[in-house]
Design a protein around this ligand. Structure first.
Ligand code: FEO
Length: 172
């Protein structure tokens, strides 16, 4: 059973996922400007994933007979002092997204909306992976202390990231 409270929370989450895409596009632009094309590629893929997350929520709201409400997107930060700062911000953003997903899942349980609670399980698992991805790269950046040869090595590694649409989206 859906409630207006859960619909409002899902619409807020839709806005956060769209903002995430905007946020990571700004990071892609920063790395492109630094000629770190592998890092830029990593954030291009990340942006596509965020748009998938937004699409999943968009489709779900429609599926349960709700109304999608698109809201304003704030301007993301566009300048960074270093790659390490970028990944610190990316990790802290993903932690924020995780907590917001958890809040909706908790509210869905309180409202006895088990359908939404079940829908959010995919996002809960996805968020654990998102945090792990950002954290691993951040730890590598700290390990190499942004030494140029280490940065170029990491740039090459990140250039191999492959975009794969979530199977849950392909099923729809
Ligand atoms: Fe859609 Fe990176 O959370």
């Amino acid at each position: 059973m859906r409630s207006e409270k859960i619909l409002d929370m899902l619409n807020e989450q839709l806005n956060r996922e769209l903002f995430s895409a905007y946020f990571y596009t700004a990071m892609e632009a920063y790395f492109a400007s630094q000629n770190l094309d592998g890092f830029a590629h990593f954030f291009m893929v990340q942006t596509k994933e965020e748009l998938d997350h937004a699409r999943l929520i968009f489709d779900y709201i429609n599926k349960i007979g709700g109304r999608v409400i698109l809201k304003e997107l704030k301007q993301p930060k566009i300048d960074y002092s270093s790659p390490t700062e970028v990944f610190e911000l990316a990790l802290s953003h993903e932690r924020f997204i995780t907590s917001s997903i958890h809040e909706i899942a908790k509210a869905a349980l309180e409202e006895k909306d088990l359908t939404t609670h079940n829908f959010l399980q995919w996002f809960i698992n996805e968020q654990a992976e998102e945090e792990e991805t950002m954290d691993k790269i951040l730890r590598k950046l700290k390990f190499i202390k942004e030494d140029p040869s280490g940065l170029l090595f990491l740039d090459k590694e990140l250039s191999t990231r492959v975009y794969t649409p979530p199977s849950i989206l392909q099923e729809n």
